[in-house]
Design a protein around this ligand. Structure first.
Ligand SMILES: NC(=O)c1ccc[n+]([C@@H]2O[C@H](COP(=O)([O-])OP(=O)(O)OC[C@H]3O[C@@H](n4cnc5c(N)ncnc54)[C@H](OP(=O)(O)O)[C@@H]3O)[C@@H](O)[C@H]2O)c1
Length: 263
């Protein structure tokens, strides 16, 4: 399906990013794992290549803007093209990134900057240095349900994920004439190591009470949505929430689940 295509996935040694690498590689693409830990990336790439896939690594540190531009330059130098760019990097500190009352400005600015500049710089460079000349390309940005529905905390993270949605729609409009698409996948709670290790069972249970499909998503389910956008040249400017229906029912749904006679 993606034979002859070149893809980049940022922050991809683990979690959702790694699933995207595996999925795009299985679909036939040559995939660059863009990672800050090149040793870990090389190990993962070697394991996939041993199964017959075509995976390489390139350096990417989200907080180093030069590395973002260099990542694009390196892939263009090596391959002469970029067909798929998955801007997967994202993360925050629940200790510092809290509510409007207790988040300091430095924390807010740091997370807004890192989330928006990784998407802006990588997308701009990929379009200008490869996709414009090719007259084709698919950019897929990883948002979050926190960018759709305000969270109890994580002011900077949620705001930056909401801004990624708008930035993606703008890119989709500006780049449409070049045949370049830009879409967003917004995961709900997804069973990555980070989530499983850092969220208390009580929090997970509470969250799932408000998720009609009563489980976490799997990284593969997010990667499947990414694969769709990577292969859909007439679909652009779209936001696909992959979240088991989180937040769709009436807010009383969670409480009603425990009632015997619901009506
Ligand atoms: N998991 C969820 O429930 C969930 C929900 C909504 C949205 N999302 C979004 O989905 C995306 C992936 O999340 P995830 O849960 O898969 O993350 P994760 O499991 O925490 O994976 C983290 C990945 O990011 C890399 N990374 C971390 N900091 C980096 C930096 N400064 N520069 C470069 N790479 C860095 C890590 O590399 P190392 O191996 O070097 O540490 C690792 O490959 C993010 O955009 C996140 O906001 C996730």
């Amino acid at each position: 399906m993606l034979k002859g295509k070149v893809a980049i996935v940022t922050a991809s040694t683990r979690g959702i990013g790694y699933s995207c690498v595996e999925t795009l590689a299985k679909a036939g693409a040559r995939v660059y794992m863009a990672c800050r830990n090149l040793e870990r990336g090389a190990e993962k790439a070697a394991a996939l290549n041993a199964q017959g896939y075509d995976v390489k690594t390139v350096y990417f540190e989200a907080y180093d803007k030069e590395s973002i531009l260099k990542m694009i330059d390196t892939v263009v130098e090596n391959e002469g093209r970029i067909d798929i760019l998955v801007n997967n990097f994202g993360g925050t500190s629940p200790v510092n990134d809290k509510t409007i009352f207790d988040t300091d400005y430095e924390t807010f600015a740091k997370y807004i900057d890192v989330h928006l500049s990784t998407v802006f710089l990588a997308s701009q460079a990929a379009i200008k240095k490869a996709m414009a000349a090719q007259k084709s390309g698919a950019i897929i940005n990883i948002g979050s349900v926190a960018g759709i529905t305000p969270d109890m905390s994580q002011t900077a993270y949620g705001t930056s994920k909401a801004a990624i949605i708008h930035l993606s729609k703008m890119i989709s409009v500006h780049a449409a004439a070049l045949n370049v698409t830009c879409n967003v996948v917004c995961p709900g709670m997804t069973a990555t190591e980070a989530v499983k290790n850092n969220l208390t069972p009580a929090f997970q249970e509470f969250f799932l009470k408000h998720t009609p499909i009563r489980r976490m998503g799997e990284p593969q389910e997010i990667a499947d949505a990414v694969l769709y956008f990577a292969t859909a040249p007439f679909t652009t400017g779209q936001v696909l929430a992959v979240h088991g229906g989180f937040g769709i029912p009436t807010p009383v749904y969670g409480d009603m689940l425990n009632m015997k006679n619901k009506r």
